[in-house]
Design a protein around this ligand. Structure first.
Ligand SMILES: [Zn+2]
Length: 164
C-alpha cells in the first residue's frame, strides 16, 4: 500500500504530501532526497541605471566668448519661456523698404551720403601706394561713404549706415 510506490517516484515532487492518516511504517526511514528540495534563489536586484552624463559644452563656449568667470549652471530649474527677439533693422548704402517708426507708413528710405571713415581710409590707401591722382574717387562713390536714411514722408532719420 504505502510502500508500494518506489521512493524514486516522488523524489523532487513538491506536490506530494505525506498522508498523516497513515503513520509511517516502523521500519520506514525517509531518505534525504524525499523532501522536495527547497530552492531559495536570491531575488535579482535590479542594477541602478547609470546617470546620464550632462553635456555642459554650451556653457563653456559661452564663457569663452564672454570671458566671464566660469559659474556652475543652475540645475533643476528649467526655464521654458520663449525668447522673442525682434530682428534688428539692417541698413546698407541702398534704400531700404521699412515702416517708419515716426509716421507708421511703409516707406522706402532716402539715403543721404556723406564722406566718412571708409572714404578717408580708401583715400589714404590710394595715396600710400602712389595713386595721388585717384584720391578723389572715394569721395564721389556712394558705396564708400556713410549713409543716413531719411523717411521721405516726415523727413525723420530712421537709420544710418557706416561701412567702417
Ligand atoms: Zn516717416
Amino acid at each position: 500500500m504505502y510502500n508500494a510506490q518506489s521512493p524514486q517516484q516522488y523524489i523532487g515532487n513538491p506536490a506530494y504530501q505525506p498522508n498523516p492518516a497513515y503513520p509511517p511504517a516502523p521500519g520506514f526511514v525517509p531518505t534525504p532526497g524525499y523532501a522536495p528540495p527547497a530552492v531559495i534563489a536570491p531575488a535579482p536586484t535590479p542594477a541602478p541605471a547609470p546617470m546620464p552624463s550632462i553635456n555642459i559644452n554650451v556653457n563653456q563656449n559661452q564663457d569663452h566668448e564672454t570671458g566671464n568667470a566660469t559659474k556652475p549652471a543652475p540645475t533643476g530649474v528649467v526655464t521654458n519661456q520663449p525668447i522673442v527677439v525682434a530682428p534688428p533693422m539692417v541698413f546698407k548704402g541702398t534704400p531700404v523698404q521699412m515702416t517708419c517708426p515716426s509716421c507708421k507708413r511703409d516707406i522706402m528710405t532716402q539715403p543721404v551720403y556723406k564722406a566718412g571713415g571708409m572714404t578717408w581710409l580708401i583715400c589714404g590707401i590710394l595715396g600710400i601706394f602712389g595713386f595721388w591722382l585717384c584720391c578723389w574717387i572715394p569721395f564721389v562713390v556712394d558705396s564708400c561713404k556713410d549713409a543716413t536714411h531719411y523717411c521721405p514722408q516726415c523727413r525723420t532719420i530712421v537709420g544710418s549706415y557706416k561701412p567702417l
